[in-house]
Write a new protein. Structure first.
Length: 402
């Protein structure tokens, strides 16, 4: 058991801490320019990191599982109710290119990291395959490949801790990049300009406060928003479970179909975007969906920072942290160098790399926290494909190195 001030089963206190810190993060973001540049999302994440490493809250608790299992799926349809597929399809295709470039960077980074550290970490070939899949797709690939390569439990645990801390630090870097002059001078950033232009309309507030200003909303809007989200998630979960059971996994093709059609996040995204596209006068008119969905995503950002125990890294997995850092650095070099050569927007590059390292949900969260709402649909679609691509590249890389 973890020796923390707040125990893992003290559910109400943990919810009070999570919601209270998220509320404070949003307040800071809308009150102070420095916090707006950092974003409330990263403040929420850093708060969790501090509370965890000072043994105030546990690194594992049922409350966090609720956020992953219920809050995140609920947020996705809320945030996609105004995303018309017809308007974003062209944008998705271009974002897919930079995402695939990042995936190639991950694979190359995995090989480089393996060659550098293979003599110091036992069983590194399997871990390399596992982390390749994780840094192209996400946690689904991590779990799948850990089983595929039969990696010992203690090595999986150490890799998980290293992955969580490194991922947290990298998200901080990605969120900070739009505020750095070098990147603003060398990459186009139309969505960033749009958000900042809105902020200039009110000189006494930050861009976040202007973007998330007061809007008209009724009880009916809240009822319709929540009901629609619950229904879409329920239907998507049932469809995903059906395809997971119905489609065999004995061949490469059927395994790919099983992973794709059985993924509830992809189904949630598809249904929500179809609803927004083919019934815009119904779903697009519901007020407050972005605000409610964004709040739920901020809760998710807090939970991301919880498992990153710095002491566990120091004790158990400093070399694995270095291994993950090499992979992330090379992924970053690939997306920013090729993004510059191919004249990609800075926002596309940042979100594509985020989707590689953290998965589509973290990329969506970052897009929302920055106010790049038009990119939510495209990055969700593109990032979800990483779940399929990641497993196969992970298996390929792992077997290549064994």
């Amino acid at each position: 058991m973890q020796n923390t001030l707040i125990s893992a089963d003290n559910t109400w206190v943990l919810w009070a801490i999570i919601s209270g810190w998220v509320a404070f993060s949003i307040y800071l973001e809308q009150k102070y320019t420095w916090a707006a540049k950092m974003s409330g999302a990263i403040i929420a994440l850093l708060g969790a990191l501090v509370l965890t490493n000072f043994n105030i809250i546990p690194t594992d608790a049922p409350v966090y599982d609720v956020v992953w299992g219920y809050v995140v799926p609920m947020a996705i349809p809320l945030l996609l109710m105004q995303c018309n597929i017809k308007k974003i399809w062209k944008e998705s295709g271009r974002m897919l290119i930079i995402f695939l470039i990042g995936s190639l960077g991950t694979a190359c980074g995995a090989i480089v990291a393996y060659m550098a550290l293979r003599n110091f970490i036992p069983g590194l070939a399997g871990v390399t395959g596992m982390m390749t899949g994780s840094y192209i797709g996400g946690g689904v690939n991590f779990a799948t490949l850990a089983g595929a390569f039969d990696i010992p439990g203690e090595l999986v645990s150490a890799a998980t801790v290293a992955d969580n801390l490194l991922m947290t630090l990298y998200f901080f870097v990605l969120i900070a990049i739009p505020s750095i002059g070098f990147f603003r001078r060398n990459y186009p950033h139309p969505f960033l300009d749009e958000v900042e232009a809105m902020g200039k309309n009110q000189s006494d507030s930050t861009s976040a406060a202007s973007y998330w200003g007061r809007k008209e909303i009724s009880l009916k809007d809240i009822a319709f928003a929540c009901a629609t989200s619950f229904i879409i998630v329920a239907v998507s979960t049932a469809i995903g479970a059906f395809f997971t059971e119905a489609i065999p996994t004995d061949t490469v093709v059927t395994n790919m179909l099983n992973a794709l059609l059985g993924n509830k996040y992809l189904i949630i995204t598809t249904i929500a975007m179809c609803a927004a596209t083919f019934a815009p006068n119904t779903f697009g008119e519901i007020k407050g969906t972005q605000e409610i969905g964004t709040y739920l995503i901020y809760l998710f950002f807090f939970v991301i920072g919880v498992p990153a125990s710095i002491m566990m890294i120091i004790k158990n997995s400093p070399l694995l942290l270095a291994f993950c850092a090499i992979m992330v650095l090379i992924n970053m070099l690939f997306v920013f160098v090729f993004g510059k050569l191919l004249k990609f927007n800075l926002e596309d590059i940042i979100l594509a790399s985020n989707a590689n390292i953290g998965g589509p949900t973290t990329a969506v969260a970052m897009a929302i926290s920055k106010g790049w709402i038009k990119l939510v649909g495209p990055i969700m679609l593109v990032g979800t494909l990483g779940y399929v691509i990641g497993t196969y590249l992970g298996i390929f890389i792992g077997n290549l190195l064994i």
